[in-house]
Design a protein around this ligand. Structure first.
Ligand SMILES: Nc1ncnc2c1ncn2[C@@H]1O[C@H](COP(=O)(O)OP(=O)(O)OP(=O)(O)O)[C@@H](O)[C@H]1O
Length: 227
């Protein structure tokens, strides 16, 4: 479902005479439906960079990133937007929403965007918000003023509402209490059981052990240093 081959990334520092900093070379990764792969490696090794390249936020310098039938490394922006709508979900660490949109609509939106009827979308959103312990009194309010943990849980509800065939998870259990952490890990298990291919960054080693089938250390993709 996710196939990465010979992927490289260079950052260009425009404020320093366009200096080119290679940060990744020869990255390879293959994630089958139902598999969850954890990206590991020390801080700065390139976990977030790889994740952002898979989502199409960072441009690759070379190589291929196939998600479903689309090569994100070379796809047109409109094809990347279609891929994000129908195939590739991303649970980032922080919720970014349009102000004044109620929580329930924030969670329903990925379902409505892919043609699910509003009754069914509402039902799924209510189920997820309930499981993630967001009080019903908050559902009609915008999440912009919610606590950090509540915003994270709304973000997770939104990310798991639509059954994406591929999912990127950036520290989905960070700063959650034990009960909510358990719910998120169960949601990941359910996504795997329906065949989602998942790539995640999990600093929580126990969470990794529970839901991940493999670990890939991105330090192996560091460019060779010229001495
Ligand atoms: N815009 C940029 N310009 C230059 N270098 C960058 C830029 N963004 C990231 N880097 C470098 O790319 C490397 C990989 O960073 P990345 O954030 O992917 O690491 P990480 O493994 O996710 O780290 P952490 O666990 O701390 O989040 C780091 O050396 C970082 O300094």
């Amino acid at each position: 479902m996710i196939e990465i081959a010979d992927l490289s990334k260079t950052f260009t520092l425009h404020n320093q005479g366009a200096a080119a900093i290679p940060v990744m070379q020869g990255a390879a990764l293959s994630v089958a439906p139902g598999d969850c792969v954890a990206l590991t490696g020390a801080s700065g090794a390139g976990k977030s960079t790889l994740m952002r390249m898979i989502y199409g936020n960072y441009l690759a310098a070379g190589g291929a990133i196939r998600v479903g039938g689309v090569d994100v490394a070379t796809a047109e922006p409109r094809d990347i937007l279609a891929l994000r709508r129908e195939t590739l979900g991303y649970v980032s660490q922080f919720l970014r929403v349009v102000p004044r949109v109620p929580t329930l609509e924030v969670v329903m939106e990925p379902l409505l965007a892919t043609g699910t009827g509003s009754e069914e979308a509402r039902h799924r959103a209510e189920e997820l918000l309930g499981r993630l312990n967001i009080p019903e009194t908050l559902w009609t309010l915008s999440p912009t003023t919610f606590s950090g943990g509540e915003q994270q849980r709304v973000n997770i509800a939104r990310g798991f509402a639509y059954p994406y065939p591929a999912l990127l998870l950036d520290e989905p259990t960070a700063s959650l209490d034990a009960a909510n952490r358990d719910t998120v890990l169960t949601l990941i298990e359910e996504a795997k059981a329906r065949g989602a291919a998942i790539v995640g960054i999990f600093h929580d080693a126990d969470a990794r052990a529970r839901v991940c089938d493999r670990e890939v250390d991105v330090s192996a993709f560091a460019p060779e240093r010229v001495a």
